[in-house]
Design a binder for this molecule. Structure first.
Ligand code: AMP
Ligand code: ZN
Length: 497
């Protein structure tokens, strides 16, 4: 265990701190999960991949980690105050829970395409209504919430008078705050102060997702669910709370206020926030067309890219930015990432076959190699600096290639250093970065190619006969199997996703 060499940037204190878990050897980590009302976008993927690497690195350090990532299926409202899930369910003519299941499945599929580990607990907000109602009661009992017309509001002024901490995480001052919570714009006049926010909302007659409570038939506030689910599974104080930095305010600020208002203590010791994904230098946004879905990126079916990129290339590209920096997706950067990824995988395969004959000498080359290997661990210990660690991995790639070409001899390095090189390299590439070799077994597998080509021919015939249901069925079923068809000028090609 290398516990105290890890430092993390705590958004709360705005500085790097030595990571000291509350309970020795164990880490509790909560990450705000997706709101499952539409397909997961690349920005979400960036955040979840970042926390996956953090989770994997904590495991590598030897911690026993309980990683909780929720599913938001109620209470996240649109700008017009409509529940995102029920609004979309109406559009798709589905039962809200059917919609939730559909997009949860798609989310899980995407997480598996990107080879991320499942969290230890994945609680759903609608499965924790009783606990949410209990927390509202406790906050009211402590005097930090009040009821008005069946809704319950958090009293930010009273809370701040006592704890002097509201707005500390996001750097906002309560006097200047006009409520940006958007969860209750219709009911501003029910609040004592504009920065107060709803923790329980009375539902209108047409509102579908609603539950009985002591105050009204209604639904919980979005912020409340994370306060409840994090502390239910991790205890009233836990180690790491994460999410994208767009969640700092109001979501995380209000989570802190609720937990403190309920238990008197802050929920998380370290707050970690990922930065946003950009495309061609601008925020990736659906409304102005500056967006690309993961599947479009894999198939190349988008004006923003010249070709398709495999999920592992996209993941490699993501690792090249630090989680606290913005990440700019461009076609050029992806092309470079594709070359880098394949160079990395070639070196991993070559290293796997290499054996040190034993003994060897502690030469300058040996010292340099050992320093590079240790440097990678130090980079990850420095607030999970994946771009620096990746640069260090490429020093090793160069070394491996020299060794393979005979420019460096086994006798120039000791057996122990070689052993450390091998284990560290393999651990970082596969276990910590979570990359995998996707080319292997697919391109060379003639029988898969033969079967897919046959299906492409049948699909082409179906399309010529305007039998769209058969052609869609073939495409969709292959997609479920991880095989993506791409229609282009030169016919249909396929790739494994
Ligand atoms: P949501 O499904 O919108 O609740 O978001 C799920 C997670 O993705 C949250 O942690 C967000 O902060 C994060 N997220 C949303 N948009 C982006 C983006 N463009 N770049 C990075 N992370 C994002
Ligand atoms: Zn949350």
């Amino acid at each position: 265990m290398m516990e105290n060499s890890l430092t993390v940037y705590n958004s709360k204190s705005r500085k790097k701190e030595v990571f000291e878990p509350i309970h020795e050897g164990r880490v509790g980590m909560y990450v705000c999960g997706p709101t499952v009302y539409s397909e997961v976008h690349l920005g979400n993927v960036r955040t979840f991949v970042s926390f996956d690497v953090i989770y994997r690195y904590l495991l590598y350090l030897g911690y026993k980690v309980r990683y909780v990532r929720n599913i938001t299926d109620v209470g996240h409202l649109t700008d017009r105050g409509e529940d995102k899930v029920s609004a979309r369910a109406k559009l798709e003519q589905l039962e809200p829970m059917e919609l939730v299941q559909k997009y949860s499945n798609m989310f899980h599929e995407m997480m598996s395409i990107f080879n991320t580990k499942s969290p230890s607990v994945e609680p759903r907000a609608t499965g924790h209504l009783i606990e949410q109602i209990e927390m509202v009661k406790d906050i009211m009992k402590n005097g930090y919430a009040y009821e008005k017309n069946g809704s319950v509001y958090f009293d930010t002024l009273k809370f701040n008078d006592n704890y002097k901490s509201y707005g500390k995480l996001s750097g906002r001052k309560i006097d200047e705050l006009f409520s940006e919570t958007r969860d209750d714009l219709k009911n501003q006049d029910e609040k004592k102060h504009p920065s107060d926010f709803a923790i329980w909302m009375k539902a209108s007659d047409e509102h579908i997702m609603k539950w009985n409570s002591p105050w009204s038939v209604g639904f919980p506030g979005w912020h409340l669910e994370c306060s409840v689910m994090s502390t239910k599974y991790l205890g009233k104080t836990f180690d790491i709370h994460g999410g994208g930095n767009d969640l700092k305010f109001p979501h995380h600020e209000n989570e802190i206020a609720q937990n403190v208002g309920c238990t008197g203590v802050e929920p998380a010791k370290y707050w970690l926030h990922t930065n946003m994904l950009l495309m061609n230098g601008k925020k990736m946004s659906k409304s102005d067309g500056n967006t690309i879905s993961p599947y479009e990126l894999f198939s190349g079916d988008s004006p923003h890219v010249s070709k398709g990129y495999s999920p592992m290339v996209v993941k490699f590209f993501m690792l090249q930015s630090h989680y606290r920096s913005t990440m700019d997706l461009t076609d050029n950067a992806l092309q470079a990432a594709e070359k880098g990824y394949s160079k990395l995988m070639d070196a991993a395969k070559a290293l796997d076959k290499m054996e040190h004959p034993g003994k060897g000498n502690d030469t300058d080359a040996n010292k340099k190699l050992l320093a590079s290997v240790n440097g990678i661990i130090a980079d990850m210990d420095d607030d999970f600096n994946t771009p620096k660690a990746l640069a260090g991995i490429f020093e090793l790639v160069n070394f491996i290639n020299k060794l393979k070409a005979g420019h460096i001899r086994y006798s120039d390095i000791t057996f122990d250093t070689f052993d450390k090189l091998k284990s560290t390299f393999i651990k970082f590439v596969y276990d910590i970065f979570g990359l995998k070799d996707e080319a292997g077994g697919v391109k060379d597998n003639n029988s898969i190619d033969g079967v897919v080509q046959l299906l492409i021919t049948i699909r082409n015939e179906a399309r010529a006969n305007k039998d769209w249901s058969t052609s869609d069925l073939i495409r969709d079923k292959l997609m479920e199997l991880g095989i993506q068809l791409k229609d282009g000028k030169e016919g249909t090609s396929w790739s494994k996703i």
